[in-house]
Design a protein around this ligand. Structure first.
Ligand SMILES: NC(=O)c1ccc[n+]([C@@H]2O[C@H](COP(=O)([O-])OP(=O)(O)OC[C@H]3O[C@@H](n4cnc5c(N)ncnc54)[C@H](OP(=O)(O)O)[C@@H]3O)[C@@H](O)[C@H]2O)c1
Length: 189
C-alpha cells in the first residue's frame, strides 16, 4: 500500500520563520523540524505540535545532518533557512524531495551577490541546479531590507520575512525578494 501522507521538512524555522512554518505544518500530516534545539520548540497548539517530529541537529555536522533527514523523507514540502552555501546539505535535500514536491529556500541578501572571483552567487547556483530537476517546484526567498519614508533603511522584521516565505508556499514563483535589494548602497549598516 502506498503512503499518501504529506510530509514537511522544516530546517532553521524555529526563529524568524516560525509563522511561515506554521503554514507548511498545516498542510502536512507530519512535519520534521530540524535545528540544534528543535526538541525544545513547540507552538503550544496541539493541532500543530502533534505533527512535529523534532530532530535536534547541528548543520555543522554535515554527515549526521544528512543521514538523519534522509531517514524521514521523501518530503512533499520543505522550508529551509540554512547558513550560506552548505552545498552538500542542499544537494541532499534536493535528492530527498518527493516527486512534485515544493522546496522553499530562504536566503540572506548577500546570497545574490557574485563571489569575489566572479563565481556565481549561491542563489543563482541553486536556481540553476533546481532547473535541472523539473519534478520539484523550487521557490527562493531572498531577504532584502526596507527603505522608510524618511529615507532611512532597516532590515526586515520577522513577520515580513515569514510573510514572504508563506507567499512562496501559497503561490510559488522562482524568486521572491522580501523587501528590496536596491539601491544596495542604501542597505542598513
Ligand atoms: N536581509 C537579510 O539578509 C536579513 C534580514 C533579516 C535577518 N537577516 C539575518 O537573519 C538573521 C536572523 O537571525 P538568525 O539566523 O539567528 O535567524 P533565526 O530564524 O532567528 O534563527 C536561526 C534558525 O536556524 C537554526 N540554526 C542556527 N544555527 C544552526 C545550526 N548550526 N544547525 C542547525 N540549525 C541552526 C536556529 O535554531 P537553533 O538555534 O535551535 O539551532 C533557528 O531555527 C540575522 O543574523 C540577520 O543577519 C538577514
Amino acid at each position: 500500500m502506498s503512503d499518501t501522507k504529506t510530509t514537511a521538512l522544516l530546517i532553521g524555522t524555529t526563529g524568524m520563520l516560525a509563522e511561515a512554518a506554521r503554514e507548511a505544518i498545516a498542510r502536512a500530516d507530519k512535519a520534521v523540524i530540524v535545528s540544534r534545539k528543535a526538541d525544545e520548540f513547540l507552538y503550544g497548539e496541539p493541532e500543530l505540535d502533534e505533527k512535529l517530529v523534532p530532530l535536534a541537529l547541528d548543520y555543522e555536522d554535515t554527515a549526521r545532518f544528512i543521514t538523519e533527514i534522509e531517514k524521514h523523507g521523501p518530503y512533499d514540502i520543505a522550508l529551509t533557512w540554512i547558513r550560506p552555501r552548505a552545498e552538500l546539505i542542499r544537494a541532499a535535500l534536493d535528492a530527498t524531495m518527493a516527486q512534485g514536491g515544493l522546496l522553499v529556500e530562504v536566503m540572506g541578501s548577500r546570497s545574490i551577490l557574485l563571489g569575489k572571483d566572479g563565481t556565481p552567487s549561491i542563489a543563482e547556483t541553486r536556481a540553476h541546479a533546481l532547473a535541472a530537476q523539473p519534478d520539484i517546484t523550487y521557490a527562493q526567498v531572498i531577504l532584502g531590507f526596507k527603505i522608510e519614508e524618511e529615507g532611512t533603511s532597516r532590515w526586515l522584521h520577522h513577520h515580513e520575512i515569514s510573510a514572504a516565505a508563506a507567499a512562496q508556499l501559497d503561490d510559488p514563483i522562482p524568486r521572491r525578494i522580501a523587501g528590496t535589494l536596491e539601491p544596495w548602497e542604501k542597505r542598513p549598516s
